[in-house]
Design a protein around this ligand. Structure first.
Ligand code: WTA
Length: 662
């Protein structure tokens, strides 16, 4: 069949077929193939014990849920455990020689880290951290790329009860400094550099600049990508080389610290509606139980599997579904350092073939990219995924079908998992053996999860009525964030205040606001529409418009700026910046570059604006509020809508005309 005939057939299929059944050979082997799971988890909150029972506890919990002080819930209270022990030590009896982490460097380096190796490395690093003064409950900031040092350091922190705060390696020095300050962190762990598209990136320089910026004086520990620091990079004498510390602590053992189930395991900063990112604080017991449980039930992984979540550990997806979930289950988790198209566009499939990957997890952005490159880059590679998942953005039915056909060979099960940094793990997703797949739809709530849709007045929309509304979660779940680090008020304000009775101490009066819009279809499936707040999703990376605007405002020549999202075929969304320059400043490429540079410096290159538009005025209400919605319509070439509430109703048209003229 020719390519175009193929596409026509796919198109026809899309129109005709709404649901796809999981193949019976999948159902036969699945971890969960009995719908009674929903009834068991319907016993709230006790159903969640099923997840907690996947772990080894030092002391079993007294209470599954302590809801006496909503929304500050306690999960598995009275229980104690250690996450590092659960992800490493407890597997030694049965599978010490099994690979825990299969790492592929972009330059072709390869490491096969068995559970025994991981045990040794995590212990040595834990001893190294202790020798640097790290104590239980000290926050350790990790600014590391996709190298084994990252999971090793995370697990070493967990071993000694020091919460880690991993900052995505693509974040700039300023973003790192801001997170170090907010978390009051006295330890930063980084690396000399790493590979990206064939180039060795000097990474430690970001720590140098961050140290100049922060008001604190943290100890800086530096891993090296190779045995020795790379020639092209200079590492400050003020820093401590991890290799030296490890040498001093060779073969040392560090007993895992028994952590209270409610003790924090980590912080993960994420963007919201204000300029400052929030430190989502995750607890040890509930989080690990939820990550392990959903890895087993949703990702359907087993210890014998080779599982590849092609995300970055610097985001929540990597925390839950590269490190904590898969390792708690004792499986083999693949990590790849580099770009998917280096040195060629088949790199991902080459790795899948080489390691015989069984279960594959990626993002819609990546699928759209593969689609653009074309199926010829996949053909000829011999891999066979049993199960595939997506996360991070809505997946368009076309992209879903392409994924199903070209990567899944019309034979793999796909689940589209909806969740957030705050939720710790999947909340809306089909269980792969139980529900039919429906392209473009996240599906049913995960076991024990109770989502609902509210209208803007907070009234509940009739379930399964096909209408759209604000997505909320009515009952707490173990993976949920504990609070915003150091800021309980912001926690309540951001996630609860809008749709809860905040005076009530009855948990049923409290609803978690997701910030997303969704449709509850008549078949009971949820279709996620995207963010309703000022948060955009750029290639699966979550960015706040306010964060971008404050970066742009750093440029002296800028009087005022508004950032909105423009739809983008591959990245989903990209930021457009509308700028009013100060009196007397001329528009020029130089100013434009400084604006783009400011975003790169404040946040990171991945947040780079797509367009910088210079305007004379911004659409504002009479009270002076910028109507970003109108700018978004201009960016996306849509009808403007109502402009009558504007102070100057002609502003949007003028901007539109100007853009046409440019
Ligand atoms: C979006 C990523 C549609 C959503 C795990 C959410 C999705 C935000 C999906 C969280 C999905 C995540 N379908 N949209 N399957 N999964 N999102 O915190 O807008 O980086 O609020 O967590 O991504 O992004 P975050």
């Amino acid at each position: 069949m020719s390519d175009s005939e193929d596409e026509v057939r796919l198109e026809a299929r899309l129109r005709e077929q709404e649901y796809f059944r999981p193949p019976s050979k999948f159902v036969g082997q699945a971890n969960v193939s009995d719908p009674a799971v929903y009834d068991r988890f319907g016993e709230f909150p006790d159903g969640f014990e099923e997840y907690a029972d996947l772990l080894d506890w030092d002391d079993r919990w007294d209470k599954v849920l302590d809801a006496s002080n909503p929304p500050f819930y306690g999960w598995f209270t009275g229980g104690t455990l250690n996450a590092s022990y659960n992800c490493v030590d407890r597997h030694l009896d049965d599978r010490k020689n099994q690979t825990a982490l299969l790492w592929e460097g972009e330059d072709g380096d390869q490491r096969n880290i068995s559970y025994q190796d991981l045990y040794r490395e995590v212990n040595e690093m834990a001893a190294a951290l202790r020798s640097m003064g790290v104590e239980e409950d000290d926050v350790v900031t990790l600014h590391l790329p996709m190298v084994p040092a990252l999971p090793v350091t995370m697990l070493a922190c967990a071993r000694i009860g020091a919460p880690h705060s991993v900052v995505f390696a693509g974040f700039s020095a300023s973003a790192l400094a801001e997170r170090v300050n907010n978390a009051e962190s006295d330890y930063v762990v980084t690396i000399d550099g790493y590979y990206r598209r064939g180039e060795f990136l000097d990474h430690v320089q970001k720590a140098d600049a961050a140290m100049d910026e922060t008001e604190r004086d943290p100890e800086v520990l530096v891993w090296t990508r190779h045995d020795e620091p790379h020639d092209s990079v200079s590492v400050s004498d003020d820093y401590t080389m991890v290799a030296d510390l490890l040498e001093e602590h060779r073969r040392e053992r560090v007993d895992p610290v028994a952590r209270d189930a409610e003790d924090p395991l980590f912080l993960m900063y994420t963007s919201g509606t204000t300029g400052k990112p929030k430190g989502c604080q995750h607890r040890t017991g509930g989080y690990l139980a939820y990550a392990a449980g959903t890895s087993k039930y949703v990702l359907d992984i087993e210890p014998e599997d080779t599982y590849w979540c092609a995300a970055d550990i610097g985001w929540i997806t990597g925390h839950s579904y590269i490190v904590y979930g898969p390792l708690a289950l004792g499986t083999t988790s693949v990590m790849y350092e580099g770009a998917p198209d280096f040195p060629h566009k088949s790199r991902i499939w080459e790795i899948a073939e080489k390691y015989d990957v069984d279960v594959f997890h990626t993002s819609p952005t990546a699928v759209r990219q593969f689609m653009k490159w074309g199926p010829e880059y996949i053909e000829g590679y011999d891999f066979d995924f049993r199960h595939m998942t997506t996360v991070g953005e809505p997946i368009q039915p076309e992209a879903w079908l392409w994924y199903y056909k070209h990567i899944g060979d019309e034979d793999a099960v796909i689940v589209d998992t909806w969740w957030q940094t705050e939720t710790g793990g999947h909340l809306i997703t089909n269980l792969p053996a139980l529900e039919d797949m429906k392209p473009g739809s996240a599906g049913l709530p995960a076991p024990g999860i109770e989502p609902a849709l509210l209208d803007d007045d907070g009234e509940e929309i009739e379930p399964a009525s096909g209408q759209a509304g604000n997505l909320i979660i009515k009952k707490p779940w173990p993976g949920m964030l504990q609070t915003v680090y150091g800021n309980d008020e912001r926690f309540i304000e951001t996630y609860w205040a809008d749709f809860s009775d905040t005076d009530s101490d009855d948990w049923t009066d409290w609803n978690y606001k997701a910030g997303d819009g969704a449709v509850h279809e008549r078949d009971g499936y949820f279709r996620i529409l995207g963010r309703l707040d000022d948060v955009m999703n750029v290639a699966g990376h979550r960015l706040g418009t306010m964060e971008l605007e404050s970066a742009v405002a750093e440029v002296e020549d800028v009087a005022e700026a508004a950032v909105v999202s423009r739809e983008h075929t591959e990245k989903g969304e990209v930021p457009d910046v509308y700028v009013i320059l100060r009196e007397g400043v001329e528009e020029s490429d130089d100013v434009r570059q400084r604006i783009v540079g400011a975003v790169e410096d404040e946040i990171g290159k991945f947040a780079r604006p797509a367009n910088v538009v210079f305007v004379d005025d911004l659409p504002k209400t009479r009270s002076g509020k910028i109507m970003r919605r109108l700018l978004e319509n201009i960016s996306n070439d849509k009808e403007l809508g109502d402009t009558t509430t504007l102070r100057d109703p002609d502003v949007p048209e003028r901007i539109r005309d100007q853009m046409k003229a440019d």
